[in-house]
Design a protein around this ligand. Structure first.
Ligand code: FPP
Length: 216
C-alpha cells in the first residue's frame, strides 16, 4: 500500500494524513475485493523494516491500525469477511495485539473474503522462522512442504496477483516464498487514490496473462 507519504506531501499535509487516507482506501478495497469474489486479500500494512521510521510515525501507524480495526470490525463481520494476520505479531504493542485478536475472534467463522493483514511482516523473517520451526519439529533435511506449512501464511494458497502501487518496481521483502509464480502488476496510482476501478483494471490485466509456471 505504497504512496501514502507522497500523497500527503503533494497536498502539503503531514505523512500521517496520507496514512489516514490510506486506511479509507483499505476500506473500499476490502469491500470491492469481497464483492468481486476474491478469496484472499493480503495487505502489506507494516513491514519489519518500517520500525526504522521516526517513532512519531510508527506510533501513529499503530494507533491508526488499532482504531481502524475497532471501527471496522462490525462492518467486516457484516460482510462475511474473515480477518487473519501474518508477521511477527507477538512483537506488536499489546493494545494492537488485543484489538487484532478480538477482530480475528469475532470474524473467525465467516466464510467470505479472507483479509490477511501483514503486520511487522518480513518475507525473509517468515522463511527463517519457518526453517527454525522445522528444525524444532525434528527435521534434519528440510523440504519445500516443511517451509510452506510453517510460514505464517500456512493454509492459504500462494497469491496469483501482486499489485504494487505508486509506481515502485520493488518487492520490499513481501511474501518472498509465496510469490514465486505470482503475476506482478505495477500501477502509478498512489495508495490513497486506489479505487475499485484500479482493482478491476489490475484483475483484467491479470486475466490476459498466460501463466506457465515454468512449463511450456
Ligand atoms: C506505505 O506508504 C504505507 C505504509 C507503511 C502504511 C500502510 C498503512 C495504512 C494504509 C494504515 C491502515 C492499515 C490498515 C490495514 C487498517 P509510504 O508511507 O511508504 O508512502 P511513501 O512511499 O509515499 O513515503
Amino acid at each position: 500500500m505504497d504512496g501514502n507519504g507522497r500523497w500527503a506531501r503533494k497536498k502539503g499535509f503531514p505523512r500521517i494524513y496520507g496514512h489516514r487516507a490510506g486506511a479509507e482506501a483499505v476500506r473500499s478495497t476490502v469491500r470491492a475485493a469481497g464483492e468481486l469474489g476474491i478469496e484472499v486479500l493480503t495487505l502489506y500494512a507494516f513491514s519489519t523494516e518500517n520500525w526504522l521510521r521516526p517513532q512519531t510515525e510508527t506510533r501513529a501507524l499503530m494507533g491508526l491500525l488499532r482504531m481502524t480495526l475497532r471501527r471496522e470490525v462490525i462492518e467486516l463481520n457484516r460482510n462475511n469477511v474473515r480477518l487473519r494476520a501474518i508477521g511477527r505479531i507477538h512483537e506488536l504493542p499489546q493494545n494492537v495485539r488485543d484489538e487484532l485478536e478480538r477482530c480475528v475472534d469475532i470474524t473467525r467463522s465467516n466464510s467470505g473474503l479472507i483479509l490477511n493483514l501483514a503486520l511487522n511482516y518480513g518475507g525473509r523473517q517468515d522463511i527463517l522462522d519457518a526453517v527454525n520451526a522445522s528444525i524444532k519439529q525434528g527435521k534434519k533435511t528440510i523440504e519445500e512442504e516443511d517451509i510452506s506449512r510453517n510460514l505464517t501464511t500456512a493454509g492459504l494458497s500462494d497469491p496469483d496477483l501482486l499489485i504494487r502501487t505508486s509506481g515502485e518496481y520493488r518487492i520490499s521483502n513481501f511474501l518472498l516464498w509465496q510469490i514465486a509464480y505470482a503475476e506482478i502488476y505495477v500501477t502509478p496510482v498512489l495508495w490513497p487514490d486506489f479505487k475499485r476501478t484500479h482493482l478491476q483494471e489490475a484483475i483484467l490485466n491479470y486475466q490476459k496473462r498466460e501463466r506457465r509456471f515454468g512449463g511450456l
